[in-house]
Structures are given as C-alpha cells and as structure tokens.
Design a protein around this ligand. Sequence first.
Ligand code: SF4
Ligand code: SF4
Length: 384
Amino acid sequence: MNYRPYGKLGYEVSSLGLGCMRLPRVPDGNGGMKVDLEKAFELIRYAAEHGITYFDTAFGYHNQTSEAVLGEALEGKYRSKVKIATKQPFNVMKTQGDIRRNLENTLKKLRTDYIDVYLIHNIQAGVWDEIKRRKVYEEYEKFCEEGMIKAIGFSYHGGYDTFSDVMNTYDWDMCQVQQNLLDVDQEVTEKAIKLAGEKGTALVIMEPLRGGGLVNAPAPVKEVYDSAPVKRPAVEWAFRHLINYPQISTILSGMSTLEQLKDNIEIFSKPDAVPGCLSPEDKDVIARAKKAYESIVTISCTGCEYCLPCPKGVNIPGVFSRYNDGHMFGAFDQPRRSYMFLGRSGGDATNCVACGACETKCPQHIDIINQLKIAHKALEGWVE
Ligand code: SF4
Ligand code: SF4
C-alpha cells in the first residue's frame, strides 16, 4: 500500500481509503435491506490488516447503522492503527446541545474515545450561510479541546463559489470533494484540488468510480482502453486519473466485496501508483475514454443549472445525471440508490408540477417535463 501526507496534520494515510456507505447488505425481512454484519466485519478487518489506514463513514449511512458496524469491526487491536472520519448532518444542528449529543452518540456507536476527523456533512450553498452565521466549526473546536475529535473538515458536492467561500472562511484541517475522470471538467473539482493544495488542507476524494459505474467499460470505452499502449482494467484507469494528483491525500472507495477490496489494494500498492504517474499517452487514453463514456449519454444535459431554481425544488440536472449514469454504465442500481437519497431531500422528479418555468431557460432545448417522467420511471423503486 502506498501512503500520502494528510495535509498539514503531520501524519500519512493509505492512498486508498475504505468508504462505509456501500457495505455488503442482505434483506432485513421487512422488505428493506440491512448491513450483512459477517461480511462487513470481514471486509473492514481485511482492509485494516492489509494496509488501509483510513476509514470514512457518516451518521446517516445505511440508515444510521454504518458507524456502529465500523466501530464494532475496528474495536480493540485495530483502532489505534487507523484513522476514522465521520460526518455530522446539518439537520441535527438545531441547537448547540443537539450537536454535542449527536457527537456523543456517534462516539458510542464507533466504540472509541475520539474521532480522528469530524466533518460537517454535505455543505451546500443554502445551509452554508447558516453554518457560517452560527460558526458551527467553532463549536467543533471545543470538541477538539476536550479530546473528542482530532481534526475538523467538511464534505462538499456543490459549485466553486460556495466552496471557495467555505475554504476561505475557516482554516479547515481537511475537505472532501467528488472527483473522477468524468467530472474532470467540473469547475469545483479541478479548482478545489488546486485550492486545497495551496492551503495545505488534507484533500479526500469521494466517488472516484462515480458510484461504481466506472468499473464497467461499455463497448466504446473498451475500444479506447484496448487501444492503449499499456493494458489496464477500466477501474485502474479511473483510479490512476486521481492517483496522479499530488494534492490528494486519500481516495475513498465504497467497496462491497472482498474481491473488489483485494483488486483495489493491488492497484494502490503498485510502486508506480504515485503522484505524477500518468504519461502524456495515459492522459490521452483517459481523455478519449471520457469522450467515449459521454457519447452514450441519452439526455443532453450539460449540468449548467440555468433551469434552476425550480419553484418546487426539483434538482433537474441531478435527476438527469443519475439517469444518464444508469445508461452510460449499463447498470441502474447505484443511480437508483442515489435517486432515493435525492428524493429524501425533496429534489426528485415527483415534485414537478409541470409549470414549464425551466424549459424556456434550457440552452439545450430539452423537453424537461417529459424527460423527468422518463427518468423517474427508470430510477424509482430503490429500497434501503
Ligand atoms: S416544470 Fe417541473 S421541474 Fe420545471 S420548473 Fe416547473 S416544477 Fe420545476
Ligand atoms: S438548463 Fe438544461 S442543460 Fe442546463 S442543467 Fe438544466 S436541463 Fe441541464
């Protein structure tokens, strides 16, 4: 396993981190799904025994059970050898007391006296103003003084303007953003990587395989990879795109099987899987693979957001990107799961009242109302 500095905190972490949002699952007997404890423990402990030193979870993952599963798996001989990062959701931050109670609960679930990195989960433009007004991060500083947490960070999925405001408002220890070879042109990810590097903020990457989709190479992408001078599986190309950035501390992958874990450990343990690993030819292969993936997209949404805000809160580009991912990767499981989460935050297509306000603003002239219905039909029905 290769290791990298964790920002300015003075220690190193494994360049591959285990994300605990896609642990193995089994039916729960009530029409839903629950974590398969036996397989999850085996997965987590195998990771800890084979060089992975960074484990990421969140209060909300797996119906609020992920922290407890991780805590039980790592309790005892593993705990002192690894770093645990977890995230607190904004909806429990109504009062200072709520923030503290939630943290105390998380510590109990994780069966530990301290959390290595405590994140504000999924900061978005709307909630950031409130977090900033209340200086929630200063509340976290008190937890640091009390020894309950060791470092303060945030996770983020939005645009660059809010990201830079978040980064420039407080001296964060770490930040966690989405990046993968399909998102490389997204302003926030490229610029975010640069800004985090300049500030010495530990940078953690999530969704390196875009919900697992980049593991599959549909025919046009396979053609590109087959033509490359060096033969590598699709998943290795996707990881190498990120390994190449010197600013990144660790790349989280939400692995669900031992087989995936072993394959990924092998990739991240290669002596040449280090910053600057991509040759000009490799970069060309990745750029062509990206174009090949994009050629499969079925709704020509560019994610420009000109159609937003929708008066009913529909996250129009969010619905379309999940639908396109399903088609692009030939697999709808992860897009459906992600769509279920979008629905929980009120952004799915069921809220559309067909007012038509969005369609006149779309530079791609997409018949949004109709396409939302088609996308919803393909994405509905995930049970968690
Ligand atoms: S048509 Fe639907 S998606 Fe478009 S703005 Fe109106 S409610 Fe929102
Ligand atoms: S305006 Fe059109 S292209 Fe832009 S995000 Fe909305 S639907 Fe997509």
